[in-house]
Each structure stands twice: as C-alpha cells, then as structure tokens.
Design a protein around this ligand. Structure first.
Ligand SMILES: Nc1ncnc2c1ncn2[C@@H]1O[C@H](COP(=O)(O)OP(=O)(O)OP(=O)(O)O)[C@@H](O)[C@H]1O
Ligand code: SF4
Ligand SMILES: [Mg+2]
Length: 376
C-alpha cells in the first residue's frame, strides 16, 4: 500500500448463495452468484476512481463489500492503513462516519416521511456529532449543495430529481467524511441535470478534499470527473488506468466496446457505432478462460482456456493494466485497434462544459424554489 492510498482492496470476492432447486439439491450441487471475483485496486487520497461496467458486472456489490455493508466472501480492505476485516463494532461505526454513500435513486434513498432538514441531520444524530449546532449545519450544507436553506422543512417529494440528489449529497457530507462512494449518482437524472450534479461533486471534492469512488455504467459520465478508471466485467477488473489514458489508448476489447457504444449525437456517425453484442453471461456459471470470450471480437481458441491476469501494458503509461492475452498484439497493430479519437465529443456529457462555463443550474439549484424537472 502506498502512503498515498486511502483504500487498498485486495482479492475482494463476494459470492451470493443461490436458492437451489430440488434437482440441484438431490444432485448435491450448490450454486452461487459470483458477483465479485478477486478484485484488487487502490484509491489514492483525494482522487476520484471511476468504476464502470454494464449492468450486473458487480459494481454495487464491490462497493458494498468495500464498505462492509455486505460481508465479503474473501479478500481484504485496508482503510487508511488498517485492515477493516479486524474492526470491532465501534471501529466499524467510526469508519462509517468517514465513508459515506450517495445512491442512484434519490427518490427511494430518502425517507419520504422526513423533511430534508431531518434527513440531513440524521447522520449527525447517529454519530453524536455537532450537538447544539445541527440546525445551523443543515442550513450550511443545503447552501453548499445549492439548495435554498429555507426549504429545510419541506419533504423530498416537493423537490425535483436533481434537487433530491443534492439532498443525498448534503446528507453524505453531514458528518464530514473523507471518502464517498457515489453509486450511479446521476443515472436516474436527465442529461442536463446530470451535468449539474457532476459539477457539484467535482467542486465538493476539491472543497472538502474528498476521496471518491464513482460508479457508472456509462464511460461518458466517468470522463470528466475521474482521475483513474477501473473497468469491470463479470465481477472482475479487466482494465485500470489513468482516465485520460483509458480514453486515448484503451487496451482491453471490452473497454473499446464500451467506448464505441457511447451514444452518438451526430446522426451520420451513429451508423458507424458498434454495439456490444449479447448479454453479460450469468455470474452463476461464468464462461471458461477469459470470461469476455463469448462476446469478444478478437477472441481466439486460446481465450476459451486461458484466464488472463490483470497485467501492466507494455509501452503504456505506468499503472495502466489490462487482462487480455492478446493485448501486446493490439499494441503492435496486429489485432483490433481502438480506432477512437480522444477528442471525440461523444465522451462528454452533453452540457457538462457549458454548465461549468455559464454556472447554469437547470435543476433548480440555488433557485428560489423547488425545480420542475419531470422526474419529480
Ligand atoms: N443480494 C444478492 N443476492 C443474489 N445475487 C445478487 C445480490 N446482489 C447482487 N446480485 C447479483 O450479483 C451480480 C452483480 O450485481 P450488482 O448489483 O453488483 O451489479 P452492478 O454492476 O451494480 O449492476 P447495475 O449497473 O445494474 O447496478 C448480478 O448478477 C446480481 O444479480
Ligand atoms: S483474452 Fe481473448 S477473449 Fe479475452 S479480451 Fe483478450 S482477445 Fe478477447
Ligand atoms: Mg449497481
């Protein structure tokens, strides 16, 4: 673990046992969902690591296992140098103050029977912090996330989707954490509002010196906010790299497919778009060898047998690793090429840059009243 690492994940594994059918039980076969399979990575202090992959690739399970919201099946997580596996109940509670989570769907993650003020105050009460100054802190936090403090006595349903996510972020910040796991925090929001929330998270990270694990299934969302990106497929990390490098010089065929699948705003180019074919295979019975082989355009017979390790990519920047036995051939130009322009506008969230330049807050942040987007 380097001195700069806040979180060190090693061999993290999470299997869920299945409700076996009668036949399986008679045959004595116990099946499990192999949601996360020996994942290892570090998150440096103050950085944003993006975790990206299709639905079902194990992103949320990995995040929950890191925070021990679900007990890992195997592997270790060190937080600020200490092995969390050995934490006592009180140490775990202290850890939970330091590591907070922002969820995908602000509508379901906020208690609809409580006012937003009560919601933001609750973590302070649980951790016994800021006694006597909690109301004042609620007002400050609402202001920080761009919500009018005078609405602290309103209920979540009185706010727009984007504003509710601002409440979720204020709640996460309430106990002054140093690590935030944001699990698809903008996926439930309109694209224009996504840009607002991404800008907010980006600004807050600087302001509060936060370390962020940012989960998304869309690489375009990842680009602007992440320093490094880990790409996940069927419970494993298949590529990890500095974010700029990942977009400029992707190595793993799965990463290339994800980049090509980014929605194309220009209709003429949309026809050239390559869509990744097939579903993610079942994590109950993953494919042999390289688990991507049934969908990989570069797969060979060897790929069905050899399970590649996540290894440094020769000639790439330090820390760029990929798990593919043919990766060197791609570098040498013998295999499929990335064929991607790093300046491609597909890799930007529509409105992100515009919103940053103009400071526009289309979801009603810092407005006079609750906004009006259709996901309210
Ligand atoms: N509690 C559970 N019991 C059984 N299987 C589970 C459980 N939680 C997740 N899984 C399975 O583990 C796999 C990984 O799920 P996970 O929710 O971590 O994926 P994800 O990458 O976060 O997907 P999404 O983008 O849809 O949120 C899936 O096959 C899912 O069905
Ligand atoms: S190991 Fe083979 S199947 Fe797997 S990503 Fe590389 S080329 Fe594709
Ligand atoms: Mg998820």
């Amino acid at each position: 673990m380097s001195d700069d690492s806040l979180v060190e994940v090693r061999g993290l594994t999470k299997h869920f046992s299945q409700n076996d059918g009668l036949v399986d039980r008679l045959l004595g076969e116990r099946k499990s969902v192999k949601a996360v399979q020996g994942v290892s990575f570090d998150i440096e202090r103050g950085e944003t690591l993006g975790l990206v992959g299709e639905s079902g690739s194990g992103k949320s399970t990995a995040a929950r296992a890191i925070l021990r919201l679900d007990e890992p099946t195997a592997g270790t997580v060190r937080y600020d140098g200490e092995d969390m596996t050995d934490f006592s109940k009180s140490e775990m509670k202290a850890m939970r103050r330091r590591a907070q989570m922002v969820f995908q769907d602000p509508a379901s993650s906020l208690n609809r029977r409580k006012t937003v003020g009560q919601i933001i105050k609750q973590p302070m009460e649980i951790h016994g912090l800021y006694e006597g100054e909690r109301d004042e802190r609620v007002n400050e936090l609402m202001d920080t996330v761009g919500l009018p403090p005078q609405y602290s006595n309103r209920y979540p349903h009185e706010f727009s989707g984007g504003q509710r996510q601002r409440v979720g972020i204020a709640r996460a910040l309430a106990v002054n954490p140093d690590f935030i796991v944001a699990d698809e925090p903008v996926s439930a929001l309109d694209v224009s509002i996504q840009a607002q929330i991404l800008n907010l998270l980006d600004d807050l990270q600087d302001e509060f010196d936060l370390t962020l694990l940012f989960i998304a299934h869309d690489l375009s969302v990842i680009r602007h906010i992440c320093d490094r990106v880990a790409v996940m497929y069927l419970g494993e990390i298949v590529e990890i790299s500095d974010a700029d490098q990942l977009f400029a010089n992707p190595q793993h065929p799965y990463t290339k497919s994800l980049l090509r699948a980014i929605p194309e705003p220009v209709p003429e180019l949309a026809r050239q778009r390559t869509v990744l074919e097939g579903e993610v295979p079942s994590p109950i019975d993953p494919p042999s060898g390289c688990s991507f082989h049934p969908r990989c355009p570069a797969a060979t017979e060897e790929c069905e047998r050899i399970d590649p390790d996540l290894e440094s990519v020769e000639g790439a920047t330090a820390g760029h690793r990929a798990s593919c036995i043919h990766v060197e051939e791609f570098v040498a130009g013998e295999g499929i090429q990335a064929d991607l322009d790093p300046a491609d506008e597909r890799f930007s969230v529509e409105g992100f840059d515009a919103a940053r330049t103009t400071g526009a807050a289309t979801d009603g942040g810092k407005s006079d009243g609750p906004g009006d987007d259709e996901r309210r």
